[in-house]
Design a protein around this ligand. Structure first.
Ligand SMILES: Cc1cc2nc3c(=O)[nH]c(=O)nc-3n(C[C@H](O)[C@H](O)[C@H](O)COP(=O)(O)O)c2cc1C
Length: 192
């Protein structure tokens, strides 16, 4: 069975820098033999968490009618997720954050109900891909904490990051070429 890698694009620009890096990750994984899929959050209908606290009861989300169902279905099915977001106001994009918040049900399952999804089995891996306009590496720090917490909640192993800063600089800068290569390698390593 080929391994499955899901790319989740949190950028509203479907062909921007973040999308390019995510595509490179998926290409690396595909060349290494994985089945890959990209979901674009900006094209999906995913509402924010309404904090109804229903997931406190049975670790499932009460909202059954939006496209989050597609994400829930894949989280326990794939071998790796590459989550890609631009940095907006020091954090992940609102599309990305809405999806993450809707995973509170997994947080309840793991930390309240003390259920480990992958105990005794290989944990799936989570890779963080991000782009920022700023050249300062510190710009990724808040989003990194959010994404680490997300992967921990869904019981994935944090497998690292592919980060590209200074995107406001120019389109095909040497930095971007380097990041695309790193992204492809990260995709290969994800399923290795
Ligand atoms: C609403 C908004 C907020 C942003 N906030 C930041 C920020 O806090 N720090 C930063 O370095 N860049 C910021 N940027 C720049 C983006 O991170 C950068 O342009 C990124 O490459 C966008 O990703 P994309 O190429 O996939 O569209 C912001 C851009 C927008 C539109």
């Amino acid at each position: 069975m080929p391994k499955k890698v899901l790319g989740i694009l949190g950028s509203p620009r479907l062909q921007g820098n973040t999308a390019d890096l995510l595509d490179a990750v998926l290409e690396g994984a595909r060349l290494a033999g994985a089945e890959v899929e990209r979901l674009d959050l900006a094209r999906m209908n995913i509402g924010p968490c309404v904090e109804c606290r229903r997931c406190d009861v049975d670790a499932t989300c009460a909202v059954k009618t939006d496209d989050m169902q597609q994400i829930y279905a894949r989280i326990r099915e794939v071998d790796a997720i590459a989550l890609a977001s631009p940095i907006f106001f020091m954090g992940v994009s609102s599309q990305t954050k809405a999806m993450i918040d809707r995973c509170q049900s997994y947080w309840v399952e793991k930390y309240v109900m003390q259920k480990r999804a992958y105990e005794g089995r290989t944990m799936p891996k989570g890779l963080f891909v991000a782009c920022a306009g700023s050249p300062k590496p510190i710009v990724f720090d808040p989003a990194r904490h959010t994404v680490r917490a997300f992967f921990a909640a869904i019981d994935y192993e944090y497998a690292g990051e592919v980060l590209l800063g200074f995107t406001d600089d120019s389109e095909l800068s040497p930095r971007k070429v380097e990041a695309l290569e790193a992204a492809k390698l990260a995709g290969t390593t994800l399923i290795g």
